[in-house]
Design a protein around this ligand. Structure first.
Ligand code: GDP
Length: 684
């Protein structure tokens, strides 16, 4: 690949609802630009973007992929992203490092849930956009209906810069609303008569919107003068970069129609890294904020946005250079870790293909293998001028599974392979649940966790079973009680003797465990009291109802007796333990379950469905806060009912809702449910 200046680079992320055609479009863009010589197909599993076995198998994108191509003197770094909500972390990373977005729409489906979501991301990150209405060749394709939906959802800023001539099987080409010419099979011609007035109307809207964003243009426009094509293009570029206009194009990725014009639009209307403006970074040596420019001669600042772990090739680190230049075979400073990193060979990636490059300048995107310490979100810079770029915000996990290795060999490699998975996917988390002794893997969706399990097997040879995590139930008593136990064995030789009276009292929820000592006159000698407590603690580890740990209880030793010769620590420990178990049985024990606080955000129209589902889950709805068409519902719900809430919420709202969940407290399990849990536990 040739060398391009920062001004001649375009980092553009492809975003859409799943299945709108991003991967096919990226493939067509590569093919049109001559980067590849064969047009791969998603259905045949041979596209440049979806090369990973997980992707080929499912025929969907799971990972972002870098797909650079050269077009008319520009380097276009296209970044394909997955459309499924489960793989959102890849989208978040791609959006973070892109300068412009290409939002793909299916001409038959129009605006879908995923379209609304990705539109939201581009709003949050203030990324200039183009829209490509794809699949115009398909049956039921309707450009004008899609346009209406775009405008209804996102406003009048959505403006076509071309119109399709014919649709579905009869799609022939487009009318360019700037040149006011028709383009059919790459040939320029006159606009068909039947479309002339429609084209004029749309051009008028476009010109007016563009003129409104520029003082010189509006003056000229209001005086009734015609704007030149060049003026419209220049104004449109500024308006697109400023977010005042979103140009809309049309075509078919599958048939490679409209992609050349789309590439033109990417280069003409989307910003270069320089146009995006300076970004701010923190200088850790001064703690001050610095603005850094997309200038190859400035100090280096590069953001790591993805890490892949390959058992053979090792670790591959993807980064985007924000300022300065990074060189192969050099040393850089990881300012997030305060560590030096050795940079070996730098690469430009295209799907799985790697091309070695001597350096990468401000604005460009590349990768390097085998960095020791660096993880996603870190900044690479020069040690003499340390800088930390803002990291990447990833979605919080909302669904968890317990990971059980199938064999001893799997168990041995479990920890290290899970660590590698988490390194690759920052929206995965792993922890050990101390109450249930399970290894818990959490993520944003079920499919993401399934892919993680497959990846563990394929990449690291670790075979696991994934199950819904066990609920960490606990037990407690509800009435105060007293219990005595005398442990006595005095048949010949050295005997055993320990004798205690315990009082067991329930404590308020969350109080935990307390031990009291009310021994007077040394009826139990001081040196044996710790042994009694040991026995108590041991007994509390397994409650008498279903073997769950006992909490919220105070156990007090208030009387007892001893034997000068036969008493010992072990005798008093046994006595303490037995007396506790006796007391627990007498204290009307109950089962406790964890209750979580939930905050569920859904479009207002789903409120009724959410509430009735929550009611069926034994929830207590605490409040509702409608705001801007959304409703934030707060509730307390038993954990046992919502371990798979991510899946339920997605099906209730077709993916429009999201939620947060955190542990709140323990509460008594209703009797009929407790009976079932106890019975199941006894069976196990
Ligand atoms: P992505 O999920 O957005 O990456 O979409 P894909 O590129 O994987 O495409 C999803 C499906 O739509 C595949 O079966 C493609 O063959 C098909 N497809 C993509 N583009 C077009 C198009 O322009 N016309 C038609 N008819 N089908 C298309």
């Amino acid at each position: 690949m040739q060398h391009y200046t920062t001004e001649r680079m375009r980092n553009v992320v492809l975003l859409s609802h799943s299945g709108a055609g991003k991967t096919s479009l990226a493939e067509a863009m590569l093919y049109s630009s001559g980067a590849i010589t064969r047009l791969g197909r998603v259905d045949q599993g041979n596209t440049t973007s979806d090369y990973d076995p997980d992707e080929v198998k499912r025929k969907i994108s799971i990972y972002l992929s870098l797909l650079p191509c050269e077009w008319q003197g520009f380097k276009v770094n296209a970044i394909d992203t997955p459309g499924y909500a489960d793989f959102i972390a890849e989208v978040e990373a791609a959006v973070r490092i892109a300068d412009g977005a290409l939002i793909v729409l299916c001409a038959a489906s129009g605006v879908e849930v995923g379209t609304e979501q990705v539109w939201g991301y581009t709003e949050e990150q203030k990324i200039p956009r183009l829209v490509f209405v794809n699949k115009i060749d398909r049956e039921n394709a309707d450009f004008f209906k899609a346009l209406e939906e775009l405008r209804a959802n996102f406003g009048k800023i959505c403006l076509p810069i071309e119109l399709p001539i014919g649709a579905q099987q009869a799609f022939q080409g487009v009318v360019d609303l700037i040149t006011m010419k028709a383009y059919i099979n790459g040939q320029e011609g006159d606009i068909p008569d039947s479309m002339r007035s429609q084209a004029e109307e749309f051009r008028e809207q476009l010109v007016e919107a563009v003129a409104e964003t520029d003082d010189d243009l509006i003056a000229k426009y209001l005086e009734g003068e015609e704007l030149t094509d060049e003026e419209i293009r220049k104004g449109l570029r500024a308006a697109t970069i400023g977010g005042q206009v979103v140009p809309i194009l049309v075509g078919s990725a599958l048939q490679n129609l409209g992609t050349a014009r789309l590439l033109d639009a990417v280069c003409h209307y989307l910003p270069s890294p320089k146009d995006r403006g300076p970004v701010s970074a923190i200088n850790p040596s001064t703690q001050g904020e610095e603005t850094i420019e997309a200038d190859p001669t400035a100090p280096l600042a590069a953001l790591v946005f993805k890490t892949t772990a390959d058992p053979y090739v090792g670790k591959l680190t993807y980064f985007r250079v924000y300022s300065g230049t990074i060189h192969s075979d050099s040393v850089v400073w990881n300012s997030s870790k305060n560590r030096q990193e050795r940079i070996g060979q730098l690469y430009v990636l295209r799907g799985k293909a790697q091309e070695s490059v001597p350096h990468l300048i401000a604005g460009d995107i590349g990768a390097v293998a085998k960095l020791a310490e660096t993880v996603t979100g870190d900044t690479l810079c020069a040690k003499e001028h340390p800088l930390v770029l803002p990291g990447i915000k990833f979605s919080e996990p909302c669904i968890s599974v317990a990971v059980h290795p199938k064999t001893k060999a799997d168990l041995d490699k479990l920890g290290s392979s899970l660590a590698r998975l988490v390194e690759e996917d920052p929206s995965l988390r792993v922890h050990r649940e101390p109450d249930t002794l399970e290894t818990i893997l959490s993520g944003v969706g079920e499919a993401q966790l399934e892919v993680a399990a497959e990846k563990m097997l394929r990449k690291f040879g670790v075979d696991v079973r994934m199950e819904t995590p066990k609920v960490p139930y606990k037990e407690t008593i509800t009435v105060a009680t007293k219990a005595e136990y005398k442990h006595k064995k005095q048949t010949g030789g050295h005997g055993q003797y320990g004798h205690v009276f315990l009082e067991l009292e329930p404590l308020p929820r969350g109080a935990g465990y307390e031990f009291g000592d009310r021994i007077v006159g040394g009826v139990v000698p001081k040196n044996y009291i710790p042994a009694v407590e040991k026995g108590v603690v041991e007994a509390l580890q397994e409650g008498v109802l279903a073997g769950y740990p006992v909490v919220d209880i105070k156990v007090t030793l208030y009387d007892g007796s001893y034997h000068v010769v036969d008493s010992s620590d072990i005798s008093f420990k046994i006595a303490g333990s037995h007396a506790t178990r006796k007391g627990l049985s007498q204290g009307h024990p109950v089962l406790l379950e964890p209750i979580v606080n939930m905050k569920i955000t859904v479009p207002e129209s789903f409120t009724g469905d959410i509430i009735s589902d929550l009611n069926s889950k034994r929830a207590r709805v605490l409040g509702m806060n409608p705001q801007g068409g959304w409703n934030v519902i707060e509730a307390q719900v038993p954990l046992a009912e919502v371990q798979r809430y991510a899946i339920d919420l997605r099906s209730i709202t077709q993916g429009r809702g999201h939620f947060q969940m955190e542990f709140s407290h323990y509460e008594e399990v209703p009797a009929h449910i407790a009976q079932r849990i106890i019975a199941e536990r006894q069976k196990a």
